[in-house]
Design a protein around this ligand. Sequence first.
Ligand code: GCW
Length: 678
Amino acid sequence: DKIGYDAWLRYASIENGELREEYRACCSVIVITEQTKLLHTAARELAEAVGAMTGHKPEVTSVRDRQVPSVMIGIKGKGDTDGLGDEGYTLQTLEGGQEEAECIAIIGVSDRGALYGAFHLIRLMQMGEPINKLQVKESPANGLRIINQWDNMDGSIERGYAGKSIFYDSGGFVKDFTRIRDYARLLASTGINAISINNVNVHREETKLITAEYERTLSKVADVFGAYGIKLFLSINFASPIAIGGLQTADPLDPEVRKWWAERAEDLYRAIPDFGGFLVKADSEFRPGPFTYGRDHADGANLLAEALAPHGGLVIWRCFVYNCLQDWRDRSTDRAKAAYDHFTPLDGRFADNVILQIKNGPMDFQVREPVSPLFGGLSHTNQVLELQITQEYTGQQKHVCYLVPQWKEVLDFDTFAAGKGSTVDKIASGALYNRPYGGLAAVSNIGDDACWTGHPLAQANLYGYGRLAWNSALSAEQITTEWIRLSLGRDPVTEDVVSSILLRSWGIYESYTSPLGVGWMVNPNHHYGPNVDGYEYSKWGTYHFADHQGIGVDRTIGTGTGYAGQYHTQPSEIYNSLERCPDELLLFFHHVPYTHVLQSGKTVIQHIYDTHFDGVDAAAGLLAAWQTLRGKIDNAYFELVASRLTEQSEHAKEWRDVINTYFYRKSGIDDRQGRLIY
Ligand code: GCW
């Protein structure tokens, strides 16, 4: 019943005897050079891993016996480590001599760096790599590598597909923190260094998380994460001064309000000295914010920044701000334009400890969207890229949809903001504009489900996010291989099959769901399953405008909403052009007749039919591929994945038939291949 619980920290015994002996010998003793919390964690983790993999658990000590081969874990301190930043580390094999045995030195710039170094060494052993000639030098590409939990204190998780919260239960914190600790381990092993533990939609009880009532419990939670180098953040309610402070207003410029927040921050830092800061969803989907008081988002963010600054805290301010009470008859409002319109005029006005958190696309985590043009629209503002690991619109962890390839596309997208090579990756990390803060944020996909993520293969998304946040230059293939070897072992056939399932899955999911970048077409509220007009006449601004002649949203500069003009010249010209716009985004930018011929040579309608028929076959193919692995992996794990893939394969047919039938009826155009459309 604990299927997949250990995820990528599953330390299977090393089968190759020679390798096992090498690891055992190199790691027979672990020496820590200083007594810090994180060095202790590093040593304990390494000892456990070596013990499980080799059958011999190394002793942990603080005195090195030079005659005995050992792993030394220490801190170098800033200054003498050229360009490694605060969190970097080196991993080196120091050859022994006559007097001295061989030693592996894991040296962090800080003790957090050393912890990452220890996890690196563990990973090498799990991968079956040699460790007797190590010359590794690593530091993270992104300063902030944060996970956002959308957990509520009643135990539910907004957009959660893997059970209930591991943090809360019926209105309070859980009593037993074991799972929280195990989650911290998983996160730290991939390099995550921050977490916000409550939903950005901050409800009544959660609003009180910043009060004395929760101080003690929070400081315990912070300790659990702190032992793994992860800083604790809280989502706050912008109207807290009214809701819990007894004030009449939450106006960011009101002196009483400023004082109130400053006091809250002081109390919080007294209880949790290494508290990270606040995550804020304001003026977004009915959440309170500065607009109520005629103030803008710089005023709002700076209010909190001022309160946190004396303690080194950060304000992470979300840019998911748009009109969610739109009238579908109003063709002049375009939700895609909203974030750019709201935030670019504020560039340069945010305090130094404010970071804007920007969703990867301009809409909302659809299977396919262009990159948000807000990346490229801000040069004097700290930014982080927000990704969604939880599969709200991508199959809800019933379907396999491996998102690392999607995230790679986003990171690699060239905004041309400061000339060629101005990728999202460089903007988010802060490198392009030399910003003090930057990084990646992502909405978690875990719950109290035995394997954490509902679908065991969805663990790969969480792992992949952490690895990309650490090193965005890793390829999707590399990350996939790592995840498979760590989680499922090193059988080459398993590796081939699973990596092909994972790497094809996003494209397959896209093919049988909404076509050509148009998005949505899901059932309202829960967002699972096909419903072409589910959001077509709603207030959320999510339209496809299909009629009997054509489909798509005209977002061009000349005749459309002008959204295409929010990009810099190079991408803007491409998107604005009917001929050059990439097929997969055509309907995001253009309204075209069903007979429009794509770059692929197919008409739009035939593309819809073909991808939906092919997508169903491909989904069945995923199941068939998995079936070949029976007997090669743990049976319970195997069956669980098989049952999910079966469900996916069935559900893909539902998608195919609803979508194809809808467009057949609208267009009256036959499928060239004469397949069955209802
Ligand atoms: O995607 C939408 C979700 C909401 C979510 C919101 C957001 C937390 O449907 O459930 O609210 O985005 O990102 O704030």
